[in-house]
Design a binder for this molecule. Structure first.
Ligand SMILES: NC(=O)c1ccc[n+]([C@@H]2O[C@H](COP(=O)([O-])OP(=O)(O)OC[C@H]3O[C@@H](n4cnc5c(N)ncnc54)[C@H](O)[C@@H]3O)[C@@H](O)[C@H]2O)c1
Length: 473
C-alpha cells in the first residue's frame, strides 16, 4: 500500500491549517471575552460516555468545577448514559441530563454548551464535530480527529466557515520525557536532524485489545496506522517542527488470524471470550465478569447495543493490520523509518534522531494494562522505563534526566493534558502547566523564530497555533 496525500495536496492543507490556526486564535479570544464579560462557568456537553470520557468528566465536574460545568451527556447506549448520570449525581450532586445520539441537536439546543467534548468511536467523531460547530459550539475531540483525509478536510472547512474551534487533545505531547526530548532537539544537542528511526511496540495485553472490539475494523478506527500512529506522527511533527511530504507504507495482518489460534493449540477461533468453549486454554482471554470496571461499563450494557468488549482476537472478519512499516520524508528533508508491531513481548517505543553533531536515543517501556474504564494505568511508564541518551559525534555519551511532574497515564501526559485544555479554555495563564512543558514550548517558539532554516521557524509558530489535523489516511 502506498499512501499519498491525494485528497488534500500539502500546500492546500498547510494553507488551510495555518488559516484555521489564526481563525482559532481570533475566535478563542472572542470566546474568552464573552466568558469573562458574562462571568459565568464554561458549559460542556460530552458525547461518547465510554472509558476515555471519564478523564474529561472528572476535569469538568471536579478539578475545574469552579469554572466549568457539565450540562449534558450523549451516547447511543442508554445503559452507559444512566451510569454517568448516576455517577455525576452520586459524586458531585449534579443533575446532568442525558440524550440518546438521535437527540444530539436537541441536547445542544436545550443545554447550550460552549464546548462539546467528543469521546465516541473514532469513525463517528466527524459527525459530532461538524454538527457541534454548525450549531455554534467549539469542540474538544479525542484523537484521531477523524479517520480519513476527506473527513479531515470537511472539519477544516467547517472551522473556517463557522469560525468555531476544534481542538484535538494530543496527550502524548504533555509527557515530561517527551518534552525533554523536544527541548534537547531545539537546543541543538545533536545539531541539525537528518534522519529518524522510530519503532513502536504493542504487546499481547493492551496491543491485543485493539483486535477485540471496534478498533479491529477500519470503518470504525481507520486501523492502527490512524488510531494509534496518529499519536506517534503528531509527536514526530512536533519534535521535528515539520510536516510530511511523502509517505510510503506497507502493512499486513499475520498474527491475529484464525491460523494463529491453531498455532497456539486451540481448535478454532470463537465469537467472544464470555462464551468461549476453549477460554481456559487461551492466553488471550479477557474475563469481563472478573473486572468490576469492565463488567459495569460494557458487559452489563451490551443488552442495549450488542457491543461485545471481548470478541475473539483470532476472528477472520478483523480487517486492520498488526504489522506496519512506513518511510516518510518531511518538508525539512528529514527522513524517517517508522514501524508498529501489535504482538510484541513488551510495550513502548524506541526512537533515534541522527543529527549533524550526534545521535539522540530515547525509549519508554510501559506497564502491562488494558483500558478498563478506570483509567488507572493507561500507558503508564514502568519504574526506570525511560531513557534519554545523547551520543555527541566526538565525546562521551551521557544520559539526560526527563523533566519531573508527569502524572497519570500515557507517559504522564494524561494528568497534564486536561489541565492544558482547561487552561486554554479558562485563559488563566500558565499556572497549571508543568515546567518541562512550558520550557519546551518556549524554546520551541523562541529558537524556531530566531534560527530560521534550522528547525523551520514558521512551523514552530504554526504548532503554537494548534494545527490539529494530520495528513495521514
Ligand atoms: N488519547 C488517548 O490516549 C486515548 C486513549 C483511549 C481512547 N482514546 C480515544 O477516545 C475515544 C473513546 O474511546 P474509548 O476507549 O472510551 O471507547 P469506548 O468503546 O469505551 O467508548 C465509546 C463510547 O462511544 C459510544 N458510541 C459508539 N457509537 C456512537 C455514536 N454513533 N454516537 C454516540 N456515541 C457512540 C459507545 O456507546 C461508548 O459509550 C476514541 O476516539 C479513542 O480513540 C484516546
Amino acid at each position: 500500500m502506498t499512501v499519498s496525500l491525494k485528497n488534500i495536496d500539502r500546500r492546500t492543507f498547510v494553507k488551510a491549517t495555518a488559516a484555521t490556526g489564526a481563525g482559532m486564535l481570533v475566535s478563542g479570544s472572542a470566546l474568552f471575552a464573552n466568558h469573562f464579560q458574562e462571568n459565568r462557568k464554561k458549559r460542556y456537553a460530552n458525547v461518547g460516555t465510554g472509558s476515555r470520557s471519564r478523564m474529561y468528566q472528572k476535569a469538568v465536574m471536579e478539578s475545574y468545577a469552579e469554572n466549568s460545568e457539565m450540562v449534558g451527556f450523549c451516547d447511543i447506549n442508554i445503559g452507559r448514559l444512566k451510569m454517568v448520570q448516576k455517577a455525576a449525581k452520586g459524586k458531585y450532586g449534579l443533575d446532568v441530563p442525558i440524550y440518546l445520539a438521535d437527540d444530539f441537536d436537541k441536547m445542544i439546543i436545550e443545554t447550550k454548551p460552549d464546548v462539546v467534548i467528543v469521546t465516541t468511536v473514532d469513525g463517528f467523531h466527524h459527525e459530532y464535530i461538524l454538527r457541534a460547530m454548525e450549531l455554534g459550539c467549539d469542540v474538544m475531540t479525542e484523537k484521531p480527529m477523524t479517520i480519513d483525509a476527506e473527513k479531515c478536510q470537511s472539519i477544516i472547512d467547517k472551522q473556517i466557515e463557522t469560525g468555531r474551534k476544534c481542538t484535538v487533545t494530543f496527550n502524548y505531547r504533555y509527557s515530561p520525557a517527551r518534552s525533554k526530548v523536544k527541548e534537547l532537539l531545539m537546543k541543538g544537542a545533536i545539531g541539525d536532524i537528518l534522519s529518524v528511526d522510530f519503532h513502536w511496540m504493542l504487546n499481547t495485553h493492551h496491543g491485543a485489545d485493539y483486535f477485540r472490539r471496534w478498533h479491529s475494523q477500519k470503518k470504525f478506527s481507520g486501523g492502527l496506522m490512524v488510531h494509534k500512529a496518529t499519536h506517534h506522527f503528531d509527536l514526530v511533527n512536533w519534535w521535528l517542527s515539520a510536516v510530511p511530504v511523502t509517505v510510503h507504507a506497507t502493512g499486513k495482518r499475520e498474527f491475529y488470524t484464525p491460523e494463529t489460534a491453531k498455532r497456539f493449540g486451540l481448535e478454532n477461533y470463537h465469537e467472544r471470550c464470555y462464551t468461549c468453549p476453549e477460554k481456559e486454554r487461551c492466553g488471550f482471554k479477557l474475563e469481563l465478569e472478573k473486572n468490576e470496571s469492565l463488567k459495569n461499563l460494557y458487559l452489563d450494557n451490551e443488552q442495549y447495543d450488542g457491543y461485545f468488549r471481548d470478541k475473539c482476537v483470532f476472528r477472520p472478519e478483523i480487517d486492520i493490520e498488526d504489522t506496519m512499516n512506513v518511510l516518510v520524508t518531511y518538508d525539512n528533508n528529514v527522513t524517517m523509518c517508522y514501524s508498529v508491531n501489535a504482538f510484541n513481548s513488551w510495550e513502548g517505543y524506541q526512537i533515534v534522531f541522527n543529527g549533524t553533531q550526534g545521535r539522540l536515543e530515547h525509549s519508554i517501556v510501559e506497564k502491562l494494562y488494558i483500558n478498563d474504564g478506570s483509567n488507572k494505568n493507561q500507558g503508564a511508564i514502568k519504574e526506570g522505563g525511560t531513557t534519554i541518551k545523547v551520543f555527541p559525534l566526538r565525546g562521551e555519551p551521557h544520559l539526560e534526566e526527563p523533566h519531573k511532574g508527569g502524572i497519570g497515564g500515557h507517559g504522564g501526559g494524561d494528568g497534564i493534558q486536561p489541565h492544558r485544555a482547561a487552561v486554554e479554555l479558562l485563559d488563566d495563564g500558565a499556572q497549571h502547566l508543568v515546567v518541562g512543558d512550558v520550557e519546551a514550548e518556549g524554546v520551541h517558539l523562541q529558537l524556531g523564530e530566531r534560527r530560521p532554516g534550522h528547525l523551520a521557524g514558521h512551523h514552530a509558530v504554526r504548532h503554537h497555533l494548534r494545527v490539529v489535523a494530520h495528513p495521514f489516511q
